[in-house]
Design a protein around this ligand. Sequence first.
Ligand code: SF4
Length: 177
Amino acid sequence: MPDHSHQARSGSGFDKSAFAVDWEHQRAICLQGAVSREWRGLRISGHDYIQVKFAKVGCLACPERSRCTTSTTRPRALALPPTRELREIQTRNRLEQQTQDWQQRYAIRAGIEAALSQSVRACGLRRSRYRGLARTHVQHVLTALTRNLTRIADWIAASPPTRRRSTRFHALCTATA
Ligand code: SF4
């Protein structure tokens, strides 16, 4: 997933990628040169993270504070992937996601995802309505047919109306006007 933090979305904030991480000494260093004070394991929504916190005194006095955190009283904290390897993969993937090549490939995948999602949500494809492979196969074929008919109907509804040919009289009026 891309970094959805407000720092990343603002385009000028100090998001996670702006912090150097020293895994050996279990600390992070910010763009102002401050070194973190706290490093501990954390579990959020069933996932493991490393929580890194900076010193409150330093963060409160920092001239770049507004680019780093919206909190008025607390220091900056980061939730990092639990290992160096995972952070490197995450950083690499997020950079790659910004390239045109990646976005073109993802557009294809997004189309496939949308097709699957529609089949599951609108046509109930996650469950078989019948017993036995042969009947289930019939359900799949009918679902695919339905999907194609829906697409054709959507395409017809979205097609722009054909332009009427201009009559000679209309062309004459337009030319003299
Ligand atoms: S607010 Fe704290 S962590 Fe952020 S740049 Fe300033 S000193 Fe560094």
